[in-house]
Structures are given as C-alpha cells and as structure tokens.
Design a protein around this ligand. Structure first.
Ligand code: BGC
Length: 367
C-alpha cells in the first residue's frame, strides 16, 4: 500500500514522498513525487510536464547513481528546451510542414522546429501541469498523472483525456503506461523523453555504452529530420545494432543519414510491429558501472537520439553541465510524421476508442 509521507520527510524504502518543487510562471505550486522501492532504487517525478526528474539505480557494487538528466527545480523545466525526462504529446516527434489532413480537413500546427512541428508544439504536454495521484501497486510504487488537452489546443482536434501511470517496481523497472480517449477523431503519439547516462548524469559522454536495437530497418530522413517514407534495411550501415555495439563506434562515419542527424536522431522500425504484448526493443550496457537497461514496449518504433543538440550551456542537477552526446534517448513511439505517411502504422484515435501503450525500462547489472 502506498503511503504519502509528509512534505520534507526522508524517503523510506517502499514509499512515496511528496515535496514542493517550486512554482509555475503564473504562481501555481509544482510538486515532486519521490518513489522509492524496496531495494532503495528511486524515481522522482514532477507534475510539471510529468517529467522524470531523477532515476537512481545500483551499479554492479550496489552503488546508486542518478542516471537521467534533469533540473533541480520547476524553473529548470519551465525554461527547458530539451524535453529532459518529459511526457511528450499530443504528438511526440515531428510532423512535416506542421500540418496534416484528417477526413478532408487540414489542421495547421505551430512550426516550432524549422518548417515542422516538434513534440506537440509551442506548449506541448511537457509544459502543462498534470493532476497527480499516488496509487497502490502490488509490486512497487505508482503515480498517476492526468492531463486534459482541449479541442484545438496547439491546433489538434478533439478534447483529449490523457492518463499516464509511472510505476517503479521492486524489480528495479520503471513502467510507463499511457492511456487516452478523445471526443473527436484526432492523432496521438505519446512518449517519455528521458535522457539516460548509465554511468551517472553529468559524468561524461555516452559513446562507450553498448547498444542493441531489435530492428531490421530504420526510417531515413530529409534535412528537416522528416522521414522520406522509405523503410531502409540496416544491414551494412551504421544503423545496424543487432549485436551490442558501442554508440560511438560509427557515429562520426561519413554517412549521409548520420550527417543529417548530427549523429543518431532516427526512428527504428521494431521487428515485431505494434499492438503485440510488450516485447524487448533495445538493450544498453554501460561497461564501467555494469548497469544494464532493457527497453520493452508495445510501440512499433523507437527514436534513438544521441543528444547531438546538447551544448553544455544548460545547468542541470547539482550544477552538472551536459555537453553534446552526454546522454542518449530511446523514445518509444509511432513513427515520425505518421499523420502524413499512409504506409506507416496509423496514429489516429477515434471517439469511443482507447489509446493504450506500455513501455518499461528494466534495470540490472552485468558483472
Ligand atoms: C528529437 C531531436 C530533438 C530532441 C529534443 C528528439 O526526440 O529527435 O531531434 O532535438 O528530441 O527536442
């Protein structure tokens, strides 16, 4: 049973603690929920943007480190342009030319990334205040976050009710369950934008992490990082992660797609497709700490992004700075620009339907 400890209390194993995290620009209080599992692993989540603020996991000697990038208070998340740990919606990733057509009607979005729409627009779900509720979970600690996105918000049709449940399990997994319903046909693509560094946030680059992705194909992009529509075989390219390969091994190769992304910033087509049970999508090993992260999801795609746009100017948690490639993201999702790509798995949600996806990040160690 989850108990909510008073503000300021020290987190106890198997508990959830609520703390003040600052205020929004218009003065609304922002909270931080600290979920601690029976092993002392910790996930803290703010109701501002639903962001995962800290994730503390043990290394091979049992020593905890915080393995996600973030900020010490709400102000950091209000100013953030990198989507550190945030819940991203209504449409995670890009929509080409910031428009799409549904049932013959054109919907126009803000161009907040060159000519395109990125991560839900100017004020995406990452800039909203979510309603938070602790839930009792039999195998860990859960936090339920809810957000109501109004018909027309950021140009998207339909009143959308969104619920996200974060669970930190006693087996050191972070499970994220997304549900949404609409009163009018719309498009939805929800994800979490955690930036991981399994050696510890602020500890240097992630080029030595070993990555495996269960994908035979990826979606090549144009100069605006919009998919061309092709599903390209990864064989013989720097995008082949069938075998564990250092992220940095090929990142600076003379490859057209790597040049367009400034490194990896691409969607991979997961081998088993969408709507199945949650299944393994990616596995990352950090050799010095021994930390291992597996990503399991029901989603058909995963955006692998190597923090190419990080510039070291942002001051993060504990005064850490985050230079280029100091973290990587594995954003589970439907493919970018799907509303304009008839051959990609569909992202439309109708009135009466229930959007439901699950992604779990499972942590362990290798000796
Ligand atoms: C995108 C990157 C972008 C980053 C932060 C990623 O999902 O693919 O191009 O810079 O998010 O917005």
């Amino acid at each position: 049973m989850t108990t909510l400890a008073p503000v300021g209390a020290t987190p106890q194993p198997g508990s959830t603690t609520k703390k003040s995290f600052g205020k929004t620009p218009d003065g609304q209080p922002v909270d931080l929920y600290v979920l601690t599992n029976k092993n002392g692993a910790e996930a803290s989540i703010t109701n501002y943007g639903g962001a995962l603020v800290t994730l503390k996991m043990p290394d091979r000697n049992g020593k905890l480190a915080d393995i996600v990038l973030g900020y010490d208070n709400a102000d950091g998340y209000v100013a953030d342009k990198s989507y550190f740990g945030a819940l991203v919606g209504r449409y995670g990733n890009r929509i080409g030319h910031a428009q799409f057509v549904l049932d013959g009607k054109t919907y126009t979005l803000a161009k907040n990334n060159g000519d395109n729409s990125l991560h839900g627009g100017v004020k995406g779900f990452n800039k909203g205040l979510w309603a938070a509720k602790t839930l009792s979970a039999k195998d860990g600690q859960s936090l339920e976050l809810s957000y109501r996105s109004k018909d027309g918000e950021e140009g998207f049709p339909g009143n959308l009710k969104v619920t996200v449940i974060y669970t930190l399990t006693d087996a050191n997994a972070l499970k994220i369950e997304y549900t949404a319903t609409t009163d009018k046909k719309t498009v939805v693509n929800l994800t979490n934008h955690a930036y991981f560094n399994l050696a510890g946030q602020g500890s240097g680059d992630i080029l030595g992490h070993l990555l495996m992705i269960d994908a035979d194909q990826f979606t090549p992009v144009d100069a605006g990082l919009i998919p061309t529509g092709e599903l390209r075989d990864v064989t013989g390219t720097p995008f082949d992660f069938h075998k564990p390969t250092a992220i940095g091994a090929r990142i600076d190769q003379d490859d057209e797609q790597l040049k367009l992304g400034g490194g990896y910033d691409h969607n991979f087509v997961l081998r088993r497709g969408a709507y199945a049970e949650e299944s393994p999508a990616a596995r990352v090993v950090e050799p010095t700490s021994g930390r291992v992260m597996e990503v399991w999801t029901t989603e058909p795609g995963i955006q692998f992004y190597t923090g190419n746009f990080l510039d070291g100017k942002t001051i993060g948690k504990g005064g850490a700075s985050y230079p280029k490639r100091n973290a990587f993201c594995l954003e589970t999702q439907h493919f970018p620009d799907s509303p304009n790509q008839p051959k990609f798995p569909p992202v439309t949600l109708n009135h009466g339907e229930r959007y439901h996806t699950v992604t779990t990040y499972k942590f362990s160690v290798e000796k």
